[in-house]
Design a protein around this ligand. Structure first.
Ligand SMILES: [Fe+2]
Ligand SMILES: [Fe+2]
Length: 182
């Protein structure tokens, strides 16, 4: 029999991550990362297309405005602090998290101009300039290396070190953040 989590998994990553997966928060993070990878591919196509598809632009804008801030808060306010508490000193998780938090600050600075350029496109304004296209490609490069690092270091340590009670805390906090009840 398939679990709720299995039923919530998407094949196309074209919708926001299913909130029912929050009962298994590390699977939710994994799915959010697959989703972000798909958004990166869309953003790359927007950066290189002569005339980007408006539906793709709207879709990426929705992710950057609504889903990404929640994901960054899930990591910084809940997942990273739990990992700092639970990991062994020899795991050296602190250094990894410092690097990732630095990436998030970079994202805070780089996301608004990307959103502004896409919002103009969505309104039918001028097409992307060469500088904007380059900015999008750089943004995608940073996002991809961040994702690879989190998938390779953060999620495996989370699976190894977090307790059942930590996972319940994550579920609770991430549901609260999304305005969902218990
Ligand atoms: Fe992430
Ligand atoms: Fe992150």
């Amino acid at each position: 029999m398939r679990s709720d989590a299995d039923q919530g998994r998407r094949g196309d990553c074209l919708r926001p991550t299913d909130p029912s997966l929050l009962s298994d928060p590390l699977t939710f993070f994994h799915e959010d990362h697959l989703r972000e990878r798909e958004i990166c591919a869309m953003l790359e196509r927007i950066a290189t297309a002569e005339t980007p598809k408006t539906c793709a632009v709207t879709h990426v804008l929705g992710f950057l405005r609504e889903e990404l801030p929640l994901h960054l808060e899930d990591e910084e306010q809940d997942l990273f602090p739990l990992l700092r508490r639970r990991c062994e000193p020899s795991d050296e998780i602190g250094k990894a998290i410092d690097r990732l938090a630095g990436d998030h600050r970079l994202s805070d600075a780089q996301t608004p101009p990307v959103v502004a350029a896409l919002a103009r496109l969505e309104r039918g304004g001028e097409s992307l300039s060469a500088d904007e296209r380059e900015r999008l490609v750089i943004y995608v490069g940073h996002a991809r290396s961040h994702l690879i690092f989190e998938n390779a270091i953060i999620l495996p340590f989370a699976r190894l070190r977090l307790t059942e009670s930590d996972l319940q805390t994550l579920t609770l906090r991430m549901r609260q953040r999304r305005g969902l009840g218990r």
